[in-house]
Design a protein around this ligand. Structure first.
Ligand code: FE2
Ligand code: FE2
Length: 203
């Protein structure tokens, strides 16, 4: 079965979200490496959620977006394009590494009936960040956790020094690093990232 067909086979309308059942879906759809990344992001997000003193209710949401954030990543970018076309998902003009975030947010809404815009935005913008996340603690924590999870082996002390006092300071360091990374590779910088960086400079 192709990957696209596997997604079609496994995801259907009106699915209910439960952490355990979503985890077993992820295990089927994602590579083992990506699956373990998602579990580490979930753990890191909960750790950060505690550090930033989120409520129990917010921690449940943090876990939810962490588990959903790379749901579409079992498909490669070409497959995501085909899938998006078929389901009429608007990918706009974003660079290919962002497709999975848009499709993932769409899947949360379409298959799992999740309507909460702050949760959908958290997943939609988990790669680029966005000014829309500035007041979205759940989204900012996902953004941090996706980058800080222990599987990513690079220098993080300049980011971690802002935790737990300055959430936006930590986010700003990550956005800066991501923009530099993209520039060095002569790739297109997503406009959400640039706008996000500028608004973080003012915070
Ligand atoms: Fe991702
Ligand atoms: Fe991720």
């Amino acid at each position: 079965m192709t990957k696209i067909n596997q997604y079609k086979d496994i995801l259907s309308k009106n699915m209910s979200y439960k952490p355990k059942s979503l985890i077993s879906l992820l295990q089927e759809l994602l590579t083992e490496k990506r699956y373990h990344h998602v579990l580490r992001v979930r753990d890191k997000a909960l750790e950060l959620g505690h550090a930033f003193e989120l409520s129990e209710e917010e921690l449940i949401q943090v876990e939810k977006v962490a588990l959903f954030h790379d749901l579409a990543k079992g498909m490669d970018n070409d497959e995501l394009l085909i899938y998006a076309k078929e389901y009429k998902i608007d990918l706009g003009k974003v660079p290919p590494p962002i497709y999975h975030a848009i499709v993932g947010a769409w899947m949360m809404k379409y298959f799992f009936d999740i309507e909460d815009v702050s949760l959908l935005d958290a997943v939609y913008y988990h790669t680029t960040g966005s000014e829309k996340l500035l007041d979205n603690k759940i989204g900012l924590i996902l953004f941090l956790a996706d980058y800080l999870e222990p599987g990513r082996a690079f220098e993080k002390s300049h980011i971690e020094k802002h935790i737990p006092k300055d959430m936006l300071g930590a986010v700003r360091e990550i956005v800066k690093g991501k923009i530099i990374f993209v520039i060095k590779r002569n790739r297109i910088i997503d406009r959400e990232s640039i706008a996000f960086y500028h608004s973080l400079l003012g915070k």
